[in-house]
Design a protein. Structure first.
Length: 320
């Protein structure tokens, strides 16, 4: 028997499903085109350069990065996509190389923004590209793994906990700070004002702490009880119905959405609030169905019973 990521060839040999390969290769092509379009914008409309670099940098400093982007990101992404479609043995290595290549300038951008308090738009853009590149590399796996969007990873509770906490730090830093700061900077560039009201910081910070506690509780429970992480490509092999999962089926998603709303409230940014709500819609429409389908296939009646008694978003009485 084969799983949803494999199929039988005409001679009976098991081969990789085309779907994850198509996802990864399509993204790499989009990444190359998007990077080329960004450089076209800078060259055709030079005034836009100031949106992506600190004011203290000399005019045109950003343009010195053109060769690295054209050779490593644009050409490299296209080459990796071609190797994927051709099923070349070097494909997995190339995909991981592209992921590593994108993270170097991303970290430079974040360090620049932290040092100067500017250029958050560039940092947000680079974080999106680097994060998606790493996701594609994870989906593809390595030479010993078949590409798949959901991969079960059984590990000891200690390893699972360490990985979960590391993922939490990275995800919170990206989605709850870098991206919101980029949105706020774009908002200011467009002349949109932030809102303010009494006790705004106190209320928003309190909400953020409560949501963060829920997120940490959920992640720790998943690691200890499930022997895995919340990531789909390193998901827990056990069905977890303990801790916050007794009250709501997706406490981590709920916590993340509330955290995002708290950050938008703290920054006084309506676009950040909209960004958080859009994240909820994207998760509900695209991520949730995939996760639930996987859980139904793996846990069958146990998951159906859990699904029947515990609601998706609204907390309910404890499930046992």
């Amino acid at each position: 028997m084969t799983d949803g990521n494999e199929k039988q060839s005409s001679d009976g040999e098991t081969t990789m499903s085309d779907t994850p390969v198509r996802i990864v290769s399509a993204y790499l092509v989009v990444q190359a085109i998007g990077t080329l379009a960004w450089w076209t914008l800078l060259l055709v409309y030079p005034a836009s350069i100031q949106w992506f670099q600190p004011a203290s940098w000399p005019d045109g400093s950003l343009l010195s990065f053109w060769m690295a982007d054209f050779v490593l990101v644009i050409a490299g992404s296209l080459l990796a996509a071609i190797c994927l479609w051709s099923r070349m043995s070097s494909a997995a290595t190339l995909v991981w190389v592209i992921a590593a290549v994108t993270w170097y300038p991303t970290l430079v951008c974040i360090a620049t923004s932290l040092q100067t308090g500017e250029a958050w738009i560039a940092s947000a853009m680079m974080v999106c590209m680097a994060g998606l590149s790493l996701s594609m590399a994870t989906i593809h796996g390595n030479s010993s793994q078949c590409p798949m969007t959901i991969r079960i990873a059984s590990m000891s509770p200690q390893v699972a906990l360490a990985m979960t906490l590391a993922q939490t730090v990275i995800f919170w830093g990206i989605f709850l700070w870098v991206l919101p700061m980029g949105i706020v900077e774009l908002q200011q560039r467009l002349g949109w004002q932030v809102f303010q009201h009494p006790l705004q910081s106190e209320f928003s910070i309190s909400l953020f702490l409560v949501a963060s506690w829920l997120g940490l509780w959920s992640g720790i429970t998943m690691a200890i009880r499930g022997d895995g992480t919340p990531l789909p490509t390193a998901t827990a092999p056990r069905l977890v119905v303990a801790g916050p999962y007794r009250y709501v089926r997706n406490p981590m998603a709920l916590a993340g959405i509330v955290q995002g709303l708290a950050v938008g409230w703290f920054l006084g940014s309506i676009p950040v609030l909209v960004y958080s709500l859009c994240g909820a819609v994207v998760w509900h429409l695209f991520v949730r169905p995939v996760e639930e389908c996987d859980l139904q296939l793996r846990f069958g009646e146990d998951y159906h019973r859990y699904q029947k008694h515990v609601r998706l978003w609204i907390p309910t009485v404890p499930f046992s």
